[in-house]
Write a protein that binds this ligand. Structure first.
Ligand code: ATP
Ligand code: MN
Length: 483
């Protein structure tokens, strides 16, 4: 079996990939967990010949298929552009509706689609059956001539695509051949968050927030709805700092630490903290209200509303200076873990969604912020003294040249770190992603996991890599605390 791991974010255009003789299903699972698109395998006893045939098998991590465009809704955010597409498939020669696709197109593609679709507009719906009124409201129907390739998360119970993302037009495909492909697919899943998303109020759902990925506000809301169970434990009932980018990740962004005018107080709470103030959310509706407010990054305090003055987690933020290799960052995280383990502290690792890694230590809220920060400073300074060529505990740019800054300053009162599973307002729509220590060496960058590949990763994981996080009972050690 030969693998083409050609989707890794780092390295040259063409690389040799050695063959792996392993069980195919296990390999696919690994590839998907790593955020790859899939694997291509060849029968080991056949020669290497290009072209279609039985000898090669393509296994994809995400579901993709062609769908027929039956109509569109104009964008509410920009002129002469589509906001979402109304899709169908053929069943026994009849076109039937399979829902909408509202993300995946860049502004440029949205304009091009608008142009093509306005030229084939028709008066009435091309679907065979009658649609529920809500499904047809505001839709401009078109002759069902264009076929789009769509990536999606599977089918809902009522036969609609979940989280469809537009991948491009397929000019080579005959629309009559477009049917629901079900072979080898996961059974439909219920998503309890979908009902909450339905009722969420989103202005300009079709505003493109990540231009390079074509991810819209609706796409972001769908993403968080999909992973709600994973992110909510890290962001509810905590003081939050929010990175808001109302015009998208490429436009102006600002950190918001206080409540703002026009905020929906049923969903986003205004919190008093001593003589200061912060905001907090309780649930998925609150998270979707943040999306509505243009929040692209969520940065919680390391403490909860119940005891805001006592941190329930520490974060060591590993910031590689110029010239530091990724392998050194991985080793740095492992060194932090080992150091903490010697003090009987368990820790967990996540990508930052940027350049580095964050090592997170769950705590029973007992020590004060000052005690926690003093302990974290001790860890950074001891590691720096032991390996001054590798690490620094000084923020100064010069000290960081060729070294990893072990940023312990995230552990002061009012300081934050980006939440596990928060998106980042950076190129590629990366996500700060928890990983297990075992798989850490297979990760190739801090931005490997993105909105585009995270759901596939999660559906191929055999368990939450941070499953034990909530069950750890530990406190800041006394001996080091006194230093
Ligand atoms: P990277 O791996 O690229 O360093 P990061 O999230 O660790 O990603 P840093 O620049 O190291 O980014 O910042 C660490 C944390 O400090 C952020 O996650 C954020 O919570 C906080 N932070 C950074 N800049 C600001 C700011 N201007 N206002 C408030 N908090 C900030
Ligand atoms: Mn950092």
């Amino acid at each position: 079996m030969r693998l083409l791991f050609d989707d890794l974010p780092q390295g040259g255009a063409i690389r040799f990939s050695d063959h792996l003789e392993e069980d195919g299903a296990t390999l696919v699972r690994h590839a998907c967990r790593m955020g790859l698109e899939g694997i291509i395998s060849k029968r080991a006893d056949r020669p290497y010949r290009s072209g279609r045939g039985e000898d090669w098998v393509k296994s994809k991590c995400t579901q993709r298929q062609e769908l027929v465009i039956a109509g569109y809704l104009p964008s509410t955010a920009s002129k002469k552009a589509v906001g979402s597409l109304v899709m169908g498939v053929y069943e026994a020669g009849k076109l039937i509706a399979v829902g909408r696709v509202g993300t995946g197109f860049t502004a440029e593609v949205a304009s091009a689609l608008y142009k093509s679709l306005t030229s084939i507009e028709i008066k009435a719906s091309p679907f065979a059956g009658k649609l529920p009124a809500a499904a047809g409201r505001g839709v401009r129907w078109v002759r069902p001539e264009l076929v789009a390739e769509v990536e999606f998360r599977g089918w809902t119970h009522d036969g609609m695509v979940r989280q469809g993302s537009f991948q491009g037009l397929r000019e080579d495909k005959d629309r009559r051949e477009v049917v629901r492909e079900t072979a080898g697919q996961a059974p439909p899943v219920a998503n309890p968050g979908a009902a909450i998303l339905e009722t969420a109020h989103l202005t300009h759902p079709d505003r493109v927030l990540w231009e390079d990925e074509g991810i819209t506000k609706l796409g972001l809301a769908e993403f968080y709805t999909e992973i709600a169970d994973w992110i909510l434990p890290h962001i509810v009932n905590r003081p939050l700092s929010l990175l808001r980018c109302p015009g998208g990740s490429q436009k102006e962004c600002f950190f918001q630490k206080h409540a703002w005018a026009g905020l929906d107080e049923d969903l986003i709470q205004r919190i008093r903290l001593g003589d200061g103030e912060a905001v907090a959310i309780r649930d998925l509706s609150g998270l979707l209200a943040l999306v509505q407010a243009g929040v692209l990054e969520i940065h919680p305090w390391g403490s909860t509303l119940k005891s805001p003055e006592k941190p329930d987690r520490l974060v060591f933020d590993l910031d590689p200076g110029e010239g530091v290799s990724w392998d050194a960052v991985v080793q740095g995280a492992i060194d932090v873990r080992d150091y903490l383990q010697n003090l009987n502290l368990e820790s967990f690792v996540k990508t930052s969604g940027g350049k580095g890694l964050h090592v997170v230590v769950p705590l029973r809220p007992k020590a004060s912020w000052d005690e926690a920060k003093a302990f974290a400073a001790g860890v950074a300074s001891t590691m720096t003294k032991a390996s001054p060529a590798l690490y620094t505990d000084t923020m100064a740019k010069r000290a960081r040249m060729g070294r990893i800054f072990i940023d312990y300053l995230r552990n002061g009162r009012g300081a934050t770190a980006v939440a596990a599973y928060s998106t980042r307002a950076r190129a590629g729509a990366p996500v700060s992603t928890p990983a297990s220590w075992e798989e850490l060496p297979t990760i190739r960058s801090g931005s490997q996991y993105r909105m585009g590949n995270l759901a596939a990763r999660m559906s191929h994981l055999q368990g939450d890599p941070w499953a034990d996080f909530g069950g750890v009972d530990q406190v800041v050690p006394k001996a080091v605390k006194r230093r």
